[in-house]
Design a protein around this ligand. Sequence first.
Ligand code: SAM
Ligand code: SF4
Length: 338
Amino acid sequence: MAMPMIDLTRGALTDAFARPIEYLRVSVTDKCNLRCVYCMPEGGLPWLQRDEILSYEEIAHIVEAAAALGVRAIRLTGGEPLLRRNLHRLVEMIARIPGIDDIALSTNGLLLEEQIDALASAGLRRVNISLDTLRADRFASIARRPGLDRVLRAVDAAIAYGLVPVKINCVVMRGRNDDEVAAFAEYSRRLPIAVRFIETMPVLEYAEAQREEYVSAEELLERLRAIGDLQPVDGPRGNGPARYFAFPGAAGTIGVITPLSHDYCDRCNRIRLTADGRLRLCLFGDHHVDLRGPVRAGATTGEIGEILQRSMLIKPERHHLRLGEPASQMRALSEIGG
Ligand code: SAM
Ligand code: SF4
């Protein structure tokens, strides 16, 4: 096969398969205040040291270089991003960067209500909140810590602050929460939210259980159709790979996300920055480029931009993870900024 070529003279970030890259997910921490069974071991991970983690100034420097090459949307994630002190300061810094017109946050919601005012004033536009159950006892067993009431208040606060569309990410697991599909559908009828059901991915120690607990999006849609007249609709504005539906008269919508299918690779427009400054080119697999070294060595925005452009050469055409395959190599999403 001929080597893909990248035109470094072009002023935009485009990979070797002609996909324009406009979306950068930034993990600001690897740490979390929950231990969701599908994401993180109960005892936590070998956490990064403080000096290994990019400072806000270093992150902003990289975002500036990316924005100069056409990246326009940033999502802050983790780990749990709201654990990072004064996150609103980073939002403020990114909001000032020319070319960035969308700043979003992925959070478990526990600390959102108390920070939402500062975040919204700083320029946060949208928020995704993870919520796998509407039952307090189950929350404690799935997230291995309590907190449902705080997450529900976070959803209400996000709506009140107009951080819309408020997207609710719900990982569906057979035998753990798949009997709550109707309750979540009802939640989306009542509130202007987009409930997105996510198929499980085989991550670390959860890889074994994933095979047993996996519920396909098609099965979910079947179950939803049995509840009412589910109609396909245009999704809310955003950069995600979900397909959307709604019940007639509902205030919100329902989406399904199938991370393991290859359907979305063709229009993949995203890259990821890990908390310790590696640029990851695909969620699956290990294609990455170190940016922390060059940034700390004093690289200019232009020089970082050149590294970003070169990194396009190793962005794979598609991921190679398949259902049912042993996937112990799949790293923690929290580590790479899911
Ligand atoms: N802590 C934040 C949160 O929970 O939203 C942000 C980071 S979290 C890693 C990002 C998303 O990845 C969450 O929506 C979570 O549900 C999803 N996720 C983590 N592990 C997963 C898995 N094994 N399968 C599917 N989704 C997963
Ligand atoms: Fe923490 Fe989010 Fe992973 Fe849950 S999914 S353990 S909230 S990083």
